[in-house]
Design a protein around this ligand. Sequence first.
Ligand SMILES: [Ca+2]
Length: 396
Amino acid sequence: MKKSAFIILFYLIGLYSFGQNVIDTIAIQDFEPAPVAPVWNYNGVLADTISGYASATSCIPGTPLGINGSTAWHVAAVSGGNLITFDTIAVPVGYDSLYVSFHLAGLSLETSTGGPDDLDYVLVQYSIDSAAYVSRVRVRGAVNNNSFWPYDAAGQAIVPYLPTTESVFQPTNSGLQMTDGISYVQISFPGNISSLSVQITPRSSSLSDSWLIDNLVLTGAIWCSNTTDSITPVVCGSYTAPSGAIFTSSGLYYDTIPNVSGCDSIIAINLTIKPMPDTSVTQSGVMLTSNAVGALYQWLDCNNALAQISGETGISFIPADLFGSYAVEVDLNGCVDTSTCYVIDQTGVDEWRSDEKQLIKIVDFLGRETDFISNTPLIYIYSDGTRERVIKFEER
Ligand SMILES: [Ca+2]
């Protein structure tokens, strides 16, 4: 069955917007044996990597050595510093801002005391667009030495890329530093730079002064606008929304698709679904009658590529040929569908030799039952299913 006249009327009623921050990971180094993509590669040799959880004899037994027990970069007893240069990343255009961040813990893995001292540090430097490296953040052990803290300590070192001077972050007191220990470092950059490189140098004077670094990430952020549209489709049968959702009844629906900037386009769909016409046909003798009520009809010749049969636009149809196959195209308020084909075979009917047949009814050429009318072509239908075309002329 073909379905046509699929009428969709789009009305743009309104357009307004609200924003959201779209965050993309441009590069990441998680220090795993098989690092996740997009990998932020580096030059230099990591002093050590370590995974799992701190031992019972450490300063914080059971605390993760990498994020959630994963692998981290570990530096202890490297008095000259373990300088690692993370590759220059070409920044894709379109970001409003960029962030370099990593997670940090300062521990003593050997003993229940100890931990990074004032002279131990993690230095973070950056280079924008291949310019000279700028020393921007230095996290130190406590002013009073022998401090330690896990990845979930509360202290943060969050700075913009300017000024190009070093900011120092460190706790004051010795021992466990859940509040002042710096566990997160972040430097923000404008989105219009072309490339960015970072150097990180953890420095540790002894085996009881461990720096643990994990999940170095370059993040791109875009502030984009959600958009909201409203459409009023009027369709036949069912409706496929822009997202691909299919609706089969009228109503108000909301559909969400990505817009050009990566935010959401939220579409209010005030949907009207019109019913498809009934395409069933009742066959009575040689007469076919569509069961659709109140529609437009066009009878078709199935043996001639569904060609329209001229003038046959009534609800009922009696073919002129003795043998044929016919269908009806029904148009109900603009929703058009076509019936299957029905075979009419009158070759065995001899309407002149049926003595017993009785007239059942008279129909006009639109298939409507009627009384006898003179000077008008009519069809007589008999009890044995045969029919006769009759026109009687009367003088006026
Ligand atoms: Ca890791």
